[in-house]
Each structure stands twice: as C-alpha cells, then as structure tokens.
Design a protein around this ligand. Structure first.
Ligand SMILES: C[S@@+](CC[C@H](N)C(=O)[O-])C[C@H]1O[C@@H](n2cnc3c(N)ncnc32)[C@H](O)[C@@H]1O
Length: 468
C-alpha cells in the first residue's frame, strides 16, 4: 500500500498533519521516513494522533468480547496485544486500523529473523542471550493458540493458518518491538506527560516484550500502555539527530519539532539511543556515526562482562559465597562498560577486590556486611586486565579483522554484526588501556612514596642529629 492510502486513512480517522510541512519519503539509508517539505521552525506541530487511534489492548474491541479468564490466560506480556493485533488485522481493509496495518512492514532485519550462520557472526556479544525466540514461540503455542482455537466464533478456523500462524505472531511481535510507543492513560496530572526515558521514540518505545522476555526492563511495563501509534511510528532515528518529539495531551498525541528543520531534511525521532546490539535486536539496524576517537560507531555502545569470567580466574576460598554476598549487597553479575567510560566501572572493581580478599579480610567484610571500596589497587587492576583479556577472547575475530571486513562489500546482516562486535571490542581495548595506565600511575606513585619515605628517614635522622 502506498503512503497516500495511509495518509488518507489517517485523516479519515481523525488524525491531522501539517501537509505543507511534512511528507513521507523513501530514504536510501533508513527506508521510509518523514521529510520536511519546507523549512520548519522549532515548536511546530507536525501531526496529531487522536488517542483512540492508538492501537492497544485498551482500544481494541477484542478484550471486551472475551471472558475474563480467557483474556487473563494470555498473561501479562505481549501475547495479549499481539492477539489483539492479529484479530484487528484479520478484519481487513474495513477494520478500524485496516490501512494502517497495510502500511506496516511484514519483513524485518531484526535478530529474530537472522539465520544461525548470521547469528554466529555475533559470537561474543551478550545480545545473543536476549533474542528470546523460543520464549515467543512458547507464548504462541501455550497462550495464544489455545485461546484462538477455543473461540471459533472470534477466530474462524478457516483463517487460522493464514491470519493466526506463528509467522503472523512473530510479525506482529516485531512490529510492537520496533514501532510501539509507551502511551499511558491520561491522568490529567501532567500537562506534558511523556513516556519514560527515550519516550520520544518507538520502543524506547519502552515496551514490554514477550519476545525478549529475559529483558527485565521490557518485562516490567504494563502491556496496556504499549500502543501502536500511527504516523509517529513512521519516523526513523539516528544517534544525535533527533529533531522532533511526541508530546502527550488529554485527547491527542502531538509530534512537535524540537529544532529548526531545513527543507529536504529527514524528521528524526529518538529511540532512546540504545547501543548497537540493542538497535539490531529491536530495530534491525545499527548506528555508524562519527565517534569521539575519530572513527565511526555508536557512542552509546556498551560491552557486558559476566562475573563468571573473573570468578574462574581467582584462586580463593568461598568464591560462591563471595558472589552471593556481592549480589545480596546489591551488586549484579554482569558488569557494563560504556563507550564513553574513562575509568573501569566501580562495581567491577568492588567485585574484583572482594574476590581477592584474604580469608580473614573476607570474614571481616561479611561480618560487617561491607563491600571493599571501589578504589583500584595493583592486584585488582591486574585481575581486571586478565578479565578483559579473557572477555576479548570470546570474540573469534580481532579488531583488525573486523576493520578489514568493513572495507569490503559484504552482505548487510554480516556488516551489521561486524559493526556490533567491533564496537564492543573497541570498548574492551580502551578498558585495557585504562588498566595499563592506572597500573603505571600506581607504580609511579609507589616509587615516589618509597623515595619520600627514604627521604623522610634521612630528614628524621638529620632532625635527630640537629636536636642532639
Ligand atoms: C519506527 S519504524 C520507522 C519507520 C520505518 N522506516 C517504516 O518504513 O515504517 C522503525 C524502523 O525503521 C527503520 N529505521 C529507523 N531508523 C533507521 C536508521 N537510522 N537506519 C536504518 N533503518 C532505520 C528500521 O527498520 C526500524 O525497525
């Protein structure tokens, strides 16, 4: 379906947009997006979406047609919204969201749809543990399908294979993941109520996600607040480019320019600037923009380090108890280093120092319920260096290999995988340099301290002499 059919539908259903200011267009790098048709000032309203045009479990008619028990059998994840979407879409062009569905993608470049060979290119990145494909399939088989087959009056058996298949379930789940917004009920309290962090964009669009059910943040969101938001979900995003933002009012959601946008420029939303690993998982693309080190990448990249790596490197007693103690005291078993970090994460230092405590120090720490201070010393820095080295070994290729690959003409998914793993490895390399510099600094300081001590001794002696 062309963009015009979508725009006509949008207006017919009560949406409005500034026709003289914006249009929809295909961009070579990002696909379809919104474009400024002439220079747009800051604070201009670009389009307005009536709240009842947001498709959610609140606005779909399906929940009202189901017994409470049936509805609740779908659980608190995304299964309920996915089933609502499949049911609304099955109504075809006559349905309330007919042309909207027709405008949405049915093919995705997100990790859920990568082959095993393609996923193997991400070896080393912890994102592989967060795809959640089997959880989605379990949701479909254990929650959605039993309900669908129980109610032939609502889900005609003749169309199940076409409209309610696992494939359709995946497609709608992926639409939620990459296009939904967090839309709470209007409380009247907050004039400019916005969704949570990154609200402005799909998925930071902050959504719970039955697919990535291992992602706690996503799990916590109330599914009723997850809304498919026509037109707002036509905006693409790029790190550092956003120039429009969704504002939440009582009757309407309004997309408003947040800076001057020149004619021909793309209108960008933000998806909350996630790292590339999350961008590829949720949205199927990566950011490759200029970074502080003069290269290209995603300034929001992170690398995750599992605590296990450090535990395996240490030869000390009661290691399991030390890890449990760390977790009880609020620590996590995954440490995150960010691209912009110039020091090691404090929780990592604390953890390493905890592992290195002598038996008597460890006993004392536990008695006092007090973790070591996040002050790196020689031993913890040396251990940090070994941890980073081991973590780097989890990637089968080197930074140089990846940089060479990026010079070649390679398939899109491979290219994106290389960009993800390269970004993570560069953070590790930087962290190794931080460790080396800190060790050097400590050695230098140690040398000076020794000198000072020797000097003090001499002075002491001289003083004594004088006093004599
Ligand atoms: C909310 S939709 C944006 C509209 C979408 N381009 C469309 O045609 O409907 C999010 C999707 O747009 C695409 N996208 C957004 N920003 C992009 C970017 N910077 N580079 C490549 N693709 C991007 C990705 O496919 C992503 O999953």
């Amino acid at each position: 379906m062309g963009d015009n059919a979508f725009l006509n539908w949008f207006e017919r259903r009560g949406g409005t947009y500034a026709k003289d200011l914006i249009g929809l267009q295909d961009f070579p790098d990002t696909g379809r997006g919104a474009v400024a048709l002439k220079d747009i000032d800051e604070d201009e309203t670009l389009f307005e979406i009536p709240r009842d045009l947001v498709l959610s479990t609140r606005t779909s008619e399906l929940p009202g047609l189901l017994e409470k028990e049936d509805w609740e059998s779908l659980g608190s994840g995304w299964a309920s919204l996915i089933v609502c979407m499949m049911w609304e879409e099955a109504k075809g062009p006559e349905g309330k969201w007919g042309d909207y569905f027709a405008s949405m993608p049915t093919a995705f470049t997100t990790l859920m749809f990568w082959s095993d060979e393609e996923l193997a290119q991400l070896k080393g990145s912890t994102i592989l543990k967060k795809i959640g494909k089997s959880e989605v399939e379990a949701d479909y088989l254990e929650k959605a399908l039993p309900l669908i087959t129980r109610r032939p009056d609502l889900f005609p058996p003749a169309v199940i294979a076409e409209q309610y298949s696992l494939e359709r379930y995946h497609i709608n789940g992926s639409r939620i993941l990459s296009r939904s917004f967090h839309v709470e009920n209007w409380t009247g309290k907050d004039e400019n109520q916005e969704s949570d962090e990154g609200s402005e964009g799909p998925d930071e669009m902050d959504v719970d996600d039955s697919k990535a059910s291992d992602d706690e943040d996503e799990e916590r969101e109330d599914t009723a607040d997850v809304g498919m938001t026509p037109f707002a979900d036509m905006l693409n995003a790029r790190h550092g480019c956003n120039n429009a933002r969704l504002f939440y009012e009582e009757q309407m959601l309004k997309m408003i320019s947040t800076k001057r946008i020149l004619r021909g420029e793309q209108i960008w939303n933000t998806y909350g600037d996630p790292p590339n690993a999350d961008l590829i998982r949720r949205y199927g693309y990566v950011d490759f923009v200029p970074t502080e080190d003069g290269g290209l990448g995603n300034p929001s990249d992170v690398v995750e380090i599992c605590a296990d790596i450090a535990v395996k490197l240490v030869d000390a007693g009661e290691l399991e108890q030390r890890v449990d103690f760390f977790l009880e005291e609020g620590g996590d078993d995954v440490f995150v280093i960010e691209a912009g970090d110039d020091t090691l994460p404090e929780d990592l230092i604390v953890f390493l120092r905890l592992l290195l405590l002598s038996p008597s120090e460890w006993r004392k720490a536990r008695e006092k319920e007090s973790l070591p201070k996040p002050k790196p010393d020689v031993e913890s820095l040396k251990l940090a260096g070994r941890v980073l080295e081991e973590r780097m070994k989890e990637y089968p290729t080197t930074i140089e290999d990846d940089e060479a690959l990026l010079q070649q003409d390679i398939p899109r998914n491979l290219r994106n995988a290389v960009i993800v793993r390269l970004g993570e490895k560069k953070i590790l390399r930087k962290a190794v340099r931080v460790v080396d510099a800190s060790l050097e600094e400590l050695a230098h300081k140690g040398g000076k301290d020794k000198k000072r001590k020797r000097g003090n001794k001499k002075e002491d002696g001289a003083g004594k002499k004088l006093r004599r």
